[in-house]
Design a protein around this ligand. Structure first.
Ligand code: ADP
Ligand code: MG
Length: 241
């Protein structure tokens, strides 16, 4: 689904070249749950922006769902981005004047979907993140964790196969962070591909696969099995009750 081949990203600051990504090779299959883990400045956001087609690499090839991204026109790129990827950011990025429901409806307005269908889909998305009782609240009337759940509902409402989240728990206390991770686990169980960017080992450990990045290079790529083995066996246990 996602394939990065020898990706470099070099930012120019005056005469200086900043190598943000240094030859990244990464393949993520459909329905994986991957954490990209690394310290501040290691290139995580740069990588997310490239995976999300928000930015282009200096060199290398990116293939998204069979399409070589550099060969797409701006319109095709915008279309693929809107259809395939839901974004979640550290700062929630909600519009303060709009209610939770209206915030979640926004991407559907851009898609030209009728008001009644927008309402229905936005309500369903808010139900999926456990906020059916907060439809008409505005962001400042919600806790940080609830605001991030609204942002996740907004990312989900167009039904994209991939969710890309950049430090989604970075502004949250550990309890709210755990709730957000639980939602990602449920989305993964429902078939979404989740790519979660974090500097936090404990958050990364809850993904199924951990890709560690340092100085723009992948230094480790492994399965994070412990928690999932337990979760899977719990599920197995429950299904036999
Ligand atoms: P992370 O998200 O892991 O903190 P970033 O991808 O934001 O890392 O940054 C990687 C490196 O690229 C850092 O050295 C950062 O200073 C540099 N960088 C990021 N964005 C830009 C930019 N727009 N212009 C110049 N340098 C940048
Ligand atoms: Mg970052």
């Amino acid at each position: 689904m996602i394939e990065l081949i020898d990706i470099y990203k070099i930012y120019k600051i005056g005469d200086t070249d900043v190598y943000a990504l240094n030859g990244v090779n990464l393949k993520i299959e459909k329905n994986e749950f991957v954490a990209i883990l690394g310290p501040s400045g290691s290139g995580k956001s740069t990588l997310m922006n490239i995976i999300g087609c928000l930015d282009t690499p200096t060199s290398g090839t990116y293939i998204l769902d069979g399409n070589e991204v550099s060969k797409l026109s701006d319109n095709q790129l915008a279309e693929i981005r809107n259809r395939k990827i839901g974004f979640v950011f550290q700062q929630f990025n909600l519009i303060a004047q709009l209610t939770a429901l209206e915030n979640v409806e926004l991407p559907l307005i851009y898609q030209g979907i009728s008001a009644s269908k927008r309402h229905r889909l936005a309500k369903e998305a808010l139900e999926r993140v456990g906020l059916s009782d907060r439809l008409n609240h505005r962001p400042r009337q919600l806790s940080g964790g609830q605001q991030q759940r609204v942002a996740i509902a907004r990312a989900l409402v167009t039904n994209p196969p991939i969710i890309l989240a950049d430090e989604p728990t970075g502004n949250l206390d550990s309890k709210s962070g755990a709730e957000i991770m639980q939602i990602f686990k449920e989305l993964h169980a429902q078939g979404n591909t989740i790519v979660l960017i974090t500097h936090d080992n404990n958050i990364a450990a809850q993904a199924k696969r951990i890709v560690r990045i340092s100085d723009g290079q992948i230094i480790e790529d492994r399965q994070a099995s412990a928690a999932w083995n337990k979760l899977d066996s719990d599920k197995h246990y429950r299904s036999r009750q």
